[in-house]
Design a protein around this ligand. Structure first.
Ligand code: 5CA
Ligand code: ZN
Length: 415
Protein backbone atom coordinates (compact mmCIF):
# COMPACT_ATOMS: atom_id res chain seq x y z
CA UNK A 1 0.00 0.00 0.00
CA UNK A 2 1.02 3.57 -0.45
CA UNK A 3 2.08 5.02 2.91
CA UNK A 4 1.32 8.64 3.72
CA UNK A 5 3.56 11.52 2.69
CA UNK A 6 6.76 12.09 4.58
CA UNK A 7 7.90 15.43 5.92
CA UNK A 8 11.36 16.91 6.29
CA UNK A 9 13.14 16.33 9.60
CA UNK A 10 15.69 18.98 10.64
CA UNK A 11 19.23 17.80 11.42
CA UNK A 12 20.43 18.77 14.88
CA UNK A 13 24.01 19.25 16.00
CA UNK A 14 25.40 16.68 18.44
CA UNK A 15 23.77 13.52 19.77
CA UNK A 16 21.99 12.25 22.83
CA UNK A 17 22.56 9.08 24.86
CA UNK A 18 21.52 5.74 23.33
CA UNK A 19 17.78 5.05 23.54
CA UNK A 20 16.53 2.90 26.41
CA UNK A 21 13.08 1.33 26.13
CA UNK A 22 10.96 -0.92 28.28
CA UNK A 23 10.93 -4.49 27.00
CA UNK A 24 7.84 -6.47 27.98
CA UNK A 25 9.71 -9.79 27.60
CA UNK A 26 12.52 -8.71 29.96
CA UNK A 27 10.10 -6.78 32.18
CA UNK A 28 12.60 -3.93 32.43
CA UNK A 29 13.95 -0.89 30.66
CA UNK A 30 16.92 -1.90 28.50
CA UNK A 31 19.23 -0.22 26.01
CA UNK A 32 18.32 -0.54 22.37
CA UNK A 33 21.35 -1.34 20.25
CA UNK A 34 20.40 -1.06 16.57
CA UNK A 35 22.91 -1.41 13.76
CA UNK A 36 23.28 1.28 11.10
CA UNK A 37 19.71 0.42 10.08
CA UNK A 38 17.32 0.23 13.00
CA UNK A 39 14.47 -2.20 12.33
CA UNK A 40 10.98 -1.64 13.77
CA UNK A 41 7.64 -3.31 13.20
CA UNK A 42 4.52 -1.70 14.65
CA UNK A 43 1.12 -3.36 14.43
CA UNK A 44 -1.20 -1.26 12.31
CA UNK A 45 -4.92 -0.64 12.33
CA UNK A 46 -7.85 -2.86 11.51
CA UNK A 47 -9.60 -0.37 9.25
CA UNK A 48 -13.27 -0.72 10.10
CA UNK A 49 -13.66 2.61 11.86
CA UNK A 50 -11.81 5.92 12.02
CA UNK A 51 -8.55 6.49 13.93
CA UNK A 52 -9.31 7.29 17.56
CA UNK A 53 -7.07 8.96 20.13
CA UNK A 54 -5.92 5.60 21.51
CA UNK A 55 -4.54 4.58 18.12
CA UNK A 56 -3.03 8.03 17.67
CA UNK A 57 -1.27 7.91 21.07
CA UNK A 58 0.23 4.52 20.21
CA UNK A 59 1.57 5.59 16.80
CA UNK A 60 2.92 8.83 18.30
CA UNK A 61 4.95 6.85 20.85
CA UNK A 62 6.62 4.82 18.07
CA UNK A 63 7.08 7.98 16.03
CA UNK A 64 9.28 9.23 18.87
CA UNK A 65 11.34 6.04 18.66
CA UNK A 66 11.65 6.58 14.90
CA UNK A 67 12.69 10.19 15.37
CA UNK A 68 15.14 9.46 18.20
CA UNK A 69 16.94 6.78 16.17
CA UNK A 70 17.14 9.11 13.18
CA UNK A 71 18.59 11.81 15.40
CA UNK A 72 21.17 9.26 16.57
CA UNK A 73 22.23 8.75 12.93
CA UNK A 74 20.44 5.48 12.14
CA UNK A 75 18.48 4.65 9.04
CA UNK A 76 15.15 3.41 10.24
CA UNK A 77 13.43 0.57 8.44
CA UNK A 78 9.91 0.91 9.77
CA UNK A 79 7.22 -1.59 8.77
CA UNK A 80 3.52 -1.31 9.58
CA UNK A 81 0.69 -3.59 8.50
CA UNK A 82 -2.99 -2.97 7.89
CA UNK A 83 -5.29 -5.81 8.95
CA UNK A 84 -7.56 -5.28 5.97
CA UNK A 85 -9.24 -8.66 6.18
CA UNK A 86 -10.33 -10.01 9.58
CA UNK A 87 -13.49 -10.82 11.55
CA UNK A 88 -14.19 -7.33 13.00
CA UNK A 89 -13.92 -5.70 9.57
CA UNK A 90 -16.16 -8.30 7.92
CA UNK A 91 -18.70 -8.06 10.76
CA UNK A 92 -18.87 -4.26 10.46
CA UNK A 93 -19.26 -4.43 6.69
CA UNK A 94 -22.09 -6.93 7.07
CA UNK A 95 -23.80 -4.82 9.77
CA UNK A 96 -23.66 -1.68 7.61
CA UNK A 97 -24.30 -3.50 4.32
CA UNK A 98 -21.00 -2.12 3.15
CA UNK A 99 -18.47 -3.74 0.85
CA UNK A 100 -15.63 -4.89 3.14
CA UNK A 101 -12.98 -3.86 0.57
CA UNK A 102 -14.42 -0.37 0.22
CA UNK A 103 -14.81 -0.01 3.99
CA UNK A 104 -11.16 -0.97 4.51
CA UNK A 105 -9.95 1.37 1.77
CA UNK A 106 -11.99 4.27 3.11
CA UNK A 107 -10.81 3.92 6.70
CA UNK A 108 -7.21 3.36 5.64
CA UNK A 109 -7.32 6.54 3.58
CA UNK A 110 -8.63 8.44 6.59
CA UNK A 111 -5.91 6.93 8.78
CA UNK A 112 -3.25 8.16 6.36
CA UNK A 113 -4.67 11.68 6.51
CA UNK A 114 -4.81 11.55 10.31
CA UNK A 115 -1.20 10.37 10.58
CA UNK A 116 -0.03 13.03 8.17
CA UNK A 117 -1.85 15.78 10.04
CA UNK A 118 -0.24 14.64 13.30
CA UNK A 119 3.14 14.67 11.54
CA UNK A 120 3.83 10.99 12.15
CA UNK A 121 6.73 9.87 9.94
CA UNK A 122 5.46 7.20 7.54
CA UNK A 123 6.70 3.61 7.58
CA UNK A 124 8.94 2.53 4.70
CA UNK A 125 6.67 -0.48 4.14
CA UNK A 126 2.92 -0.15 4.72
CA UNK A 127 1.49 -3.55 3.95
CA UNK A 128 -2.07 -4.82 3.88
CA UNK A 129 -2.89 -8.41 4.85
CA UNK A 130 -4.63 -8.81 1.49
CA UNK A 131 -1.42 -7.89 -0.32
CA UNK A 132 0.49 -10.39 1.80
CA UNK A 133 -1.77 -13.43 1.36
CA UNK A 134 0.82 -15.36 -0.67
CA UNK A 135 3.53 -14.62 1.93
CA UNK A 136 1.22 -15.84 4.67
CA UNK A 137 0.33 -18.98 2.73
CA UNK A 138 4.02 -19.76 2.40
CA UNK A 139 4.61 -19.44 6.16
CA UNK A 140 1.56 -21.54 7.04
CA UNK A 141 2.51 -24.15 4.42
CA UNK A 142 5.98 -24.59 5.89
CA UNK A 143 4.77 -24.84 9.49
CA UNK A 144 2.12 -27.34 8.40
CA UNK A 145 4.70 -29.44 6.57
CA UNK A 146 6.99 -29.41 9.59
CA UNK A 147 4.25 -30.38 12.04
CA UNK A 148 4.28 -27.07 13.92
CA UNK A 149 0.81 -26.41 12.51
CA UNK A 150 -2.06 -28.87 12.04
CA UNK A 151 -5.53 -29.12 10.61
CA UNK A 152 -8.27 -29.11 13.18
CA UNK A 153 -10.30 -32.27 13.43
CA UNK A 154 -13.40 -30.92 11.62
CA UNK A 155 -14.21 -32.42 8.20
CA UNK A 156 -16.39 -29.48 7.18
CA UNK A 157 -13.88 -26.76 8.10
CA UNK A 158 -10.39 -28.21 8.47
CA UNK A 159 -8.86 -24.87 9.56
CA UNK A 160 -5.16 -24.73 10.29
CA UNK A 161 -3.92 -24.00 13.82
CA UNK A 162 -0.50 -23.38 15.28
CA UNK A 163 0.65 -25.87 17.90
CA UNK A 164 1.96 -23.44 20.55
CA UNK A 165 4.24 -26.14 21.91
CA UNK A 166 6.24 -25.97 18.67
CA UNK A 167 8.01 -22.85 19.96
CA UNK A 168 10.32 -23.55 22.90
CA UNK A 169 10.02 -19.98 24.19
CA UNK A 170 6.24 -19.73 23.99
CA UNK A 171 5.12 -17.56 26.93
CA UNK A 172 8.37 -15.64 27.25
CA UNK A 173 7.12 -12.48 25.55
CA UNK A 174 4.10 -11.91 27.82
CA UNK A 175 5.34 -13.83 30.86
CA UNK A 176 1.69 -14.67 31.61
CA UNK A 177 0.59 -17.86 33.38
CA UNK A 178 -1.64 -20.34 31.61
CA UNK A 179 -4.83 -19.15 33.31
CA UNK A 180 -4.24 -15.54 32.20
CA UNK A 181 -3.41 -16.72 28.69
CA UNK A 182 -6.64 -18.72 28.51
CA UNK A 183 -8.70 -15.74 29.67
CA UNK A 184 -7.05 -13.25 27.30
CA UNK A 185 -7.20 -15.63 24.38
CA UNK A 186 -10.99 -15.86 24.82
CA UNK A 187 -11.32 -12.08 25.16
CA UNK A 188 -9.09 -11.12 22.27
CA UNK A 189 -10.14 -13.05 19.22
CA UNK A 190 -9.02 -16.58 20.18
CA UNK A 191 -11.30 -19.62 20.32
CA UNK A 192 -10.26 -21.80 23.29
CA UNK A 193 -13.64 -23.60 23.13
CA UNK A 194 -13.26 -24.79 19.54
CA UNK A 195 -13.44 -28.60 19.45
CA UNK A 196 -10.77 -30.59 17.63
CA UNK A 197 -7.74 -28.48 18.61
CA UNK A 198 -4.68 -30.07 20.18
CA UNK A 199 -4.74 -27.44 22.91
CA UNK A 200 -7.27 -24.69 23.72
CA UNK A 201 -4.61 -21.96 23.38
CA UNK A 202 -3.55 -22.91 19.85
CA UNK A 203 -4.21 -20.04 17.46
CA UNK A 204 -5.79 -19.95 14.02
CA UNK A 205 -3.41 -19.59 11.06
CA UNK A 206 -5.65 -20.31 8.06
CA UNK A 207 -9.44 -20.21 8.04
CA UNK A 208 -10.93 -22.34 5.31
CA UNK A 209 -13.50 -20.63 3.09
CA UNK A 210 -17.00 -20.03 4.52
CA UNK A 211 -20.14 -19.05 2.70
CA UNK A 212 -20.33 -15.26 2.36
CA UNK A 213 -16.73 -14.64 3.47
CA UNK A 214 -13.83 -13.61 1.24
CA UNK A 215 -11.29 -16.34 0.51
CA UNK A 216 -8.19 -16.88 -1.57
CA UNK A 217 -7.25 -19.98 -3.52
CA UNK A 218 -3.97 -21.40 -2.36
CA UNK A 219 -1.99 -24.58 -1.88
CA UNK A 220 -3.66 -24.73 1.56
CA UNK A 221 -7.07 -24.76 -0.11
CA UNK A 222 -9.35 -21.72 -0.33
CA UNK A 223 -9.39 -19.62 2.83
CA UNK A 224 -8.14 -16.50 4.53
CA UNK A 225 -5.27 -15.71 6.91
CA UNK A 226 -5.35 -15.78 10.70
CA UNK A 227 -4.26 -12.64 12.49
CA UNK A 228 -0.95 -13.41 14.23
CA UNK A 229 0.64 -15.03 11.18
CA UNK A 230 -0.09 -11.88 9.20
CA UNK A 231 2.27 -9.79 11.35
CA UNK A 232 4.84 -12.58 11.55
CA UNK A 233 5.04 -12.95 7.76
CA UNK A 234 4.95 -9.24 6.93
CA UNK A 235 7.56 -8.44 9.59
CA UNK A 236 10.04 -11.28 8.93
CA UNK A 237 9.93 -10.91 5.15
CA UNK A 238 10.95 -7.27 5.35
CA UNK A 239 13.06 -7.02 8.48
CA UNK A 240 14.47 -10.51 8.98
CA UNK A 241 14.48 -12.05 12.43
CA UNK A 242 16.01 -10.43 15.54
CA UNK A 243 14.76 -6.98 14.59
CA UNK A 244 15.01 -4.16 17.10
CA UNK A 245 11.44 -3.35 18.14
CA UNK A 246 8.05 -5.04 17.85
CA UNK A 247 5.47 -2.50 18.96
CA UNK A 248 1.80 -2.01 19.68
CA UNK A 249 -0.65 -1.30 22.47
CA UNK A 250 -0.62 -3.38 25.67
CA UNK A 251 -3.77 -5.15 24.43
CA UNK A 252 -1.52 -6.90 21.90
CA UNK A 253 0.88 -8.44 24.47
CA UNK A 254 -1.18 -11.63 24.46
CA UNK A 255 -2.16 -13.48 22.35
CA UNK A 256 -1.09 -11.40 19.35
CA UNK A 257 2.59 -10.70 19.96
CA UNK A 258 3.17 -13.98 21.79
CA UNK A 259 1.91 -15.95 18.79
CA UNK A 260 3.62 -13.80 16.15
CA UNK A 261 6.88 -14.42 18.03
CA UNK A 262 6.16 -18.13 18.42
CA UNK A 263 5.36 -18.53 14.70
CA UNK A 264 8.64 -16.78 13.89
CA UNK A 265 10.62 -18.99 16.24
CA UNK A 266 9.10 -22.17 14.78
CA UNK A 267 9.75 -20.89 11.27
CA UNK A 268 13.31 -19.60 11.59
CA UNK A 269 14.64 -21.69 14.47
CA UNK A 270 15.91 -18.41 15.87
CA UNK A 271 14.94 -16.56 19.02
CA UNK A 272 13.88 -13.86 19.67
CA UNK A 273 11.96 -12.43 16.73
CA UNK A 274 12.33 -8.95 18.23
CA UNK A 275 14.94 -7.67 20.64
CA UNK A 276 12.44 -5.39 22.37
CA UNK A 277 8.69 -5.83 22.71
CA UNK A 278 7.40 -2.35 23.39
CA UNK A 279 3.83 -1.74 24.52
CA UNK A 280 1.87 1.44 25.03
CA UNK A 281 -0.73 2.02 27.74
CA UNK A 282 -4.41 2.30 26.91
CA UNK A 283 -6.18 5.63 26.46
CA UNK A 284 -9.58 5.61 28.11
CA UNK A 285 -12.69 7.73 27.93
CA UNK A 286 -15.32 7.83 30.69
CA UNK A 287 -13.44 5.19 32.67
CA UNK A 288 -13.19 2.60 29.90
CA UNK A 289 -10.55 1.73 27.33
CA UNK A 290 -11.28 3.68 24.15
CA UNK A 291 -12.25 0.95 21.71
CA UNK A 292 -14.13 0.47 18.51
CA UNK A 293 -16.11 -2.37 20.01
CA UNK A 294 -17.27 -0.22 22.99
CA UNK A 295 -17.91 2.82 20.82
CA UNK A 296 -16.55 5.36 23.38
CA UNK A 297 -14.43 7.07 20.78
CA UNK A 298 -12.92 10.44 20.04
CA UNK A 299 -11.78 10.46 16.43
CA UNK A 300 -8.73 12.34 15.19
CA UNK A 301 -10.66 13.22 12.03
CA UNK A 302 -13.53 14.68 14.06
CA UNK A 303 -11.13 16.95 15.98
CA UNK A 304 -9.53 17.98 12.69
CA UNK A 305 -12.95 18.87 11.33
CA UNK A 306 -13.55 20.92 14.48
CA UNK A 307 -10.40 22.94 13.65
CA UNK A 308 -8.41 21.58 16.59
CA UNK A 309 -4.73 22.44 16.05
CA UNK A 310 -3.09 19.07 15.25
CA UNK A 311 0.10 20.17 17.00
CA UNK A 312 -1.86 20.84 20.18
CA UNK A 313 -3.45 17.40 19.86
CA UNK A 314 -0.02 15.85 19.38
CA UNK A 315 1.32 17.69 22.45
CA UNK A 316 -1.72 16.68 24.51
CA UNK A 317 -1.23 13.00 23.66
CA UNK A 318 2.48 13.22 24.46
CA UNK A 319 1.89 14.92 27.82
CA UNK A 320 1.49 11.58 29.60
CA UNK A 321 4.01 8.72 29.64
CA UNK A 322 3.39 6.25 26.83
CA UNK A 323 3.31 3.20 29.10
CA UNK A 324 0.71 4.58 31.51
CA UNK A 325 -2.95 3.78 30.97
CA UNK A 326 -4.46 7.23 30.96
CA UNK A 327 -7.77 8.98 30.41
CA UNK A 328 -8.40 11.46 27.62
CA UNK A 329 -9.88 14.77 28.77
CA UNK A 330 -10.57 17.98 26.87
CA UNK A 331 -8.60 19.73 29.64
CA UNK A 332 -5.48 18.08 28.19
CA UNK A 333 -6.12 19.82 24.92
CA UNK A 334 -6.61 23.20 26.63
CA UNK A 335 -3.33 22.78 28.50
CA UNK A 336 -1.54 21.78 25.31
CA UNK A 337 -2.80 24.88 23.52
CA UNK A 338 -1.44 27.11 26.29
CA UNK A 339 1.89 25.26 26.22
CA UNK A 340 2.15 25.47 22.44
CA UNK A 341 1.34 29.18 22.57
CA UNK A 342 4.27 29.77 24.94
CA UNK A 343 6.63 27.70 22.77
CA UNK A 344 5.54 29.66 19.71
CA UNK A 345 6.15 32.98 21.46
CA UNK A 346 9.55 31.87 22.75
CA UNK A 347 10.92 30.60 19.42
CA UNK A 348 9.78 33.87 17.80
CA UNK A 349 12.16 35.87 20.04
CA UNK A 350 15.43 37.14 18.52
CA UNK A 351 17.44 35.50 21.35
CA UNK A 352 16.77 33.01 24.11
CA UNK A 353 18.15 31.04 27.04
CA UNK A 354 21.10 28.72 26.35
CA UNK A 355 19.87 26.20 23.81
CA UNK A 356 22.51 23.47 24.15
CA UNK A 357 21.42 22.64 27.70
CA UNK A 358 17.76 22.57 26.76
CA UNK A 359 18.35 20.28 23.76
CA UNK A 360 20.55 18.00 25.80
CA UNK A 361 17.89 17.73 28.53
CA UNK A 362 15.24 17.06 25.88
CA UNK A 363 17.29 14.21 24.41
CA UNK A 364 18.18 12.76 27.81
CA UNK A 365 14.52 12.55 28.84
CA UNK A 366 13.49 10.93 25.55
CA UNK A 367 16.35 8.43 25.77
CA UNK A 368 15.01 7.40 29.17
CA UNK A 369 12.15 5.21 27.92
CA UNK A 370 10.50 8.15 26.12
CA UNK A 371 9.97 10.28 29.21
CA UNK A 372 7.79 12.82 27.41
CA UNK A 373 6.56 14.59 30.57
CA UNK A 374 10.24 15.32 31.36
CA UNK A 375 10.99 16.27 27.74
CA UNK A 376 8.07 18.71 27.56
CA UNK A 377 9.08 20.20 30.93
CA UNK A 378 12.61 20.79 29.56
CA UNK A 379 11.19 22.79 26.65
CA UNK A 380 8.80 24.62 29.02
CA UNK A 381 11.75 25.64 31.18
CA UNK A 382 13.61 27.02 28.18
CA UNK A 383 10.49 28.88 27.01
CA UNK A 384 9.95 30.41 30.47
CA UNK A 385 13.57 31.54 30.75
CA UNK A 386 13.42 32.96 27.23
CA UNK A 387 10.12 34.77 27.75
CA UNK A 388 11.41 36.15 31.07
CA UNK A 389 14.14 37.74 28.97
CA UNK A 390 17.07 35.94 30.65
CA UNK A 391 18.77 34.72 27.49
CA UNK A 392 21.25 36.23 25.08
CA UNK A 393 21.81 33.16 22.88
CA UNK A 394 20.87 34.39 19.39
CA UNK A 395 20.97 30.85 17.95
CA UNK A 396 18.68 29.45 20.62
CA UNK A 397 15.24 30.11 19.07
CA UNK A 398 16.23 28.51 15.76
CA UNK A 399 17.82 25.52 17.47
CA UNK A 400 14.86 24.94 19.78
CA UNK A 401 12.45 25.23 16.89
CA UNK A 402 14.43 22.55 15.04
CA UNK A 403 14.76 20.32 18.11
CA UNK A 404 11.06 20.20 18.98
CA UNK A 405 10.40 19.46 15.31
CA UNK A 406 13.05 16.74 14.88
CA UNK A 407 12.60 15.00 18.24
CA UNK A 408 8.99 15.66 19.25
CA UNK A 409 7.48 16.11 15.79
CA UNK A 410 6.04 19.47 16.82
CA UNK A 411 6.41 22.07 14.08
CA UNK A 412 5.50 25.33 15.83
CA UNK A 413 4.42 27.04 12.59
CA UNK A 414 2.35 24.12 11.33
CA UNK A 415 -0.13 23.83 9.68
N1 5CA B 1 -4.64 -4.65 13.37
C1 5CA B 1 -4.37 -5.01 14.71
C2 5CA B 1 -2.89 -5.11 14.99
S1 5CA B 1 -2.08 -6.16 13.88
C3 5CA B 1 -5.02 -4.04 15.69
O1 5CA B 1 -4.89 -4.24 16.88
N2 5CA B 1 -5.68 -3.04 15.16
S2 5CA B 1 -6.48 -1.92 16.03
O2 5CA B 1 -7.03 -1.01 15.05
O3 5CA B 1 -7.39 -2.55 16.91
O4 5CA B 1 -5.43 -1.17 16.88
C4 5CA B 1 -4.36 -0.47 16.29
C5 5CA B 1 -3.30 -0.12 17.35
O5 5CA B 1 -3.85 0.79 18.32
C6 5CA B 1 -2.81 -1.34 18.15
O6 5CA B 1 -1.42 -1.21 18.41
C7 5CA B 1 -3.59 -1.24 19.44
O7 5CA B 1 -2.90 -1.86 20.51
C8 5CA B 1 -3.67 0.26 19.63
N3 5CA B 1 -4.83 0.67 20.45
C9 5CA B 1 -6.12 0.28 20.30
N4 5CA B 1 -6.90 0.88 21.23
C10 5CA B 1 -6.08 1.66 21.99
C11 5CA B 1 -6.28 2.54 23.11
N5 5CA B 1 -7.49 2.73 23.65
N6 5CA B 1 -5.20 3.19 23.62
C12 5CA B 1 -3.97 3.01 23.08
N7 5CA B 1 -3.72 2.20 22.02
C13 5CA B 1 -4.75 1.54 21.48
ZN1 ZN C 1 -0.13 -7.11 14.48
Amino acid sequence: MQPWTSMPVPQLPGQGPPLRLHDTAARQVRLTAPGPTARMYVCGITPYDATHLGHAATYLAFDLVHRYWRDAGHNVHYVQNVTDVDDPLLERALRDQDDWVVLGMRETALFREDMESLRVLPPRDFVGAVEAVSEIVEVVGKLLAWGAAYRVDDPEHPDIYFDHQAAAHFGSESGYDEETMARLSAERGGDPERPGKRHPLDALMWRTAREGEPSWDSELGPGRPGWHVECCAIGLNRLGTGFDVQGGGSDLIFPHHEFSAAHAEALTGEYPMARHYVHTGMISLNGEKMSKSKGNLVFVSRLRADQVDPMALRLALLSGHYRTDRPWTTGMLDEAMVRLGRWRQAVARPAGAAAQDAVSRLRTHLADDLDTPGALAAVDRWATETLDGCGRDVDAPTLLRAAVDALLGIAVDYP
